[in-house]
Design a protein around this ligand. Structure first.
Ligand code: GRG
Length: 289
């Protein structure tokens, strides 16, 4: 297996080309909206979620072409969540992906609408799958709505400044972050034609690695700087967010992230080609940004 860094860079290029094709051009009407959607999507994210979709299809020994578009739909939802999360009514942030946040550039109204339009385009993209559109739409609706990401954000807002216990933090993180990461893995495999047994293994992988990702994110908020992160560090503590380090301490959080990644790796051992997903699981908890 070639080195992960080079492969990730190649996949990021594939993802960017697919997003370029899927997003409306700036010249199309309404131009300001399309400009705002593109501004945030192309601001330079890691593309982790669409890359996971592609790697999940590959892990099942399947052609990853259909997985790419499904993964891009998840990236659209992820980007919408970042735009809305940065609004003054939510986390009120000025910096995202190393650039001024959407509302700082386009104003709050247009930032809200750009998020709305990205969410809607994601479902249009999923529904375009020739045979499994309804299954894809259902999986992503469950992961991103009130039972998933939005529900996690509600719990996050309602518990700001509260007591961080591990069960509460885990419940928030599983919904706010892990649900969409699990969905990324699943839509890649579903779009590529994976069977139920393969999807069950990938569900377990997505659950473990999705939580591991957010525990690592909590740690990075404490340890990394703004230039590396591309967003403002230290905000979790400043805003009284419930995080793993607040609940169980930094060292135990590191151990938890590593154990979750190992559990994710264990869940996919029986798939035809699990190597890339295995590398990614380790990368998720060792990353610098
Ligand atoms: C506003 C509906 C709504 C939901 C917001 C996902 C979320 C819920 C808020 C975003 C802020 C946050 C702490 C999200 C947790 C997920 C996370 C760690 C996002 C950052 O993901 P990366 O590191 O970002 O993959 P890039 O920019 O690389 O894509």
């Amino acid at each position: 297996m070639d080195d992960l860094k080079g492969w990730l860079a190649q996949q990021r290029e594939r993802v960017d080309a697919a997003l370029e094709r899927l997003l409306p051009p700036e010249s199309a009407d309404p131009a300001t909206l399309n400009k705002a959607m593109r501004y945030s999507v192309f601001a330079g994210g890691k593309r982790l979620r669409p890359i996971l979709a592609v790697a999940a299809a590959q892990a099942c020994g399947l052609d990853d072409a259909a997985a790419l578009d499904a993964g891009c739909a998840i990236e659209m939802i992820h980007t919408y969540s970042l735009i809305h999360d940065d609004l003054p009514a939510m986390d009120d942030d000025d910096l995202r992906r190393g650039k001024p946040t959407s509302h700082k550039v386009f104003g709050e109204g247009m930032a809200i609408l750009a998020g709305d339009a990205l969410l809607t385009l994601a479902f249009e993209t999923l529904a375009a799958h020739p045979t499994r559109g309804a299954q894809l739409v259902t999986a992503v609706a469950q992961a991103s709505g009130g039972e998933g990401m939005v529900g996690g954000q509600v719990a996050d807002l309602e518990n700001e400044g509260g007591q961080a216990t591990e069960p509460l933090v885990e419940s928030i993180h599983r919904r706010k972050t892990a649900a969409l990461i699990r969905a990324a893995v699943l839509v890649g495999a579903i779009a590529a034609g994976a069977g139920d047994q393969q999807l069950a293994c990938l569900t377990a992988y997505g659950d473990h690695c999705g939580l591991a990702f957010q525990v690592a994110d909590d740690l990075l908020d404490i340890t990394a700087d703004a230039a590396t992160l591309g967003k403002t560090p230290g905000k979790d503590a400043a805003q009284g967010k419930l995080t793993y380090p607040a609940a169980i301490g930094v060292e135990a959080s590191r151990a938890k992230a590593a154990a979750l990644a190992q559990a994710g790796i264990g869940a996919i051992g029986g798939l035809p080609a699990p190597e890339r997903l295995t590398q990614i699981a380790t990368h998720l908890v060792e990353r610098a940004n």
